[in-house]
Design a protein around this ligand. Sequence first.
Ligand SMILES: [Zn+2]
Length: 278
Amino acid sequence: MRRIFIIFPLALSLILGIFIIYFNFKNLNIFKKDQENKITFLEQQLDKNYRRNFPVHLPILLYHYIENVTDERDTIRKSLNVSPFIFDSQIRLLLEKGFTIITLKELINYYNGQSSLPDKPIILSFDDGYRDFYTDVFPILQKYHVPAVLYVTSGFVDLTHNYLTMSQLKTLAKSNLVEIGAHGVNHLNLNYSDPVSINSEIFQSKANLEQFIGKPVEHFAYPMGEYNQNVINLIKKAGYLSAATTDMGVTQSYGQIFELTRIRPGSSQEEYFLSLLK
Ligand SMILES: [Zn+2]
């Protein structure tokens, strides 16, 4: 009987001891994890601040038509056009020279400290939403498995045979190779439109495209490259994360994320094409 009086408290304190050690160990781990998270968070913040303060060398190529123009009288189309053969050779050259074609999402992630940029990053962008993007550009993107951003004028979808059909737009948006951005509803010059129209071009084009493709539309390209500070403010208010101009340049910076610069490679090839990216 007496033995019980000794064994019982001994056993109890042993069990208690094990519990105390276990919980301390667990808490220590939680504490360590917490500290690690805090350090990662601080590193990310520092990295984010650094990234947001220095420009990056990131050419954004601007294209319109990519097709074999058959109508010799269509001088506007001819002047804006690059043949599919030349576009294909430009992409091949970029890849051969070690460029990595990235998305706008990757640029935003970079500025948010969520991922880094590859060596020699470059973005392909296409304005207006022409049908040849589907028939001529998309197969080339698939062939090389490279992404592009397509800025679509929402009111032009299904309008004439010149523009994308709704079903083509949906297919492109689903592909994961094409980021759909907005380019107004009616392609109005935002520097010379009335306030109601400016609002509609910015807010309605986003809402329309989001409804068409069932995905957020977070990037905008100014129709005809025209914008001003009031337009930038509305772009921010509408919830866009970036906006592209037609201002020439090969570097981007966080402070000018709503004034992304671009270059028009046209039909340039080989050394001349590469020299435009420097
Ligand atoms: Zn345009």
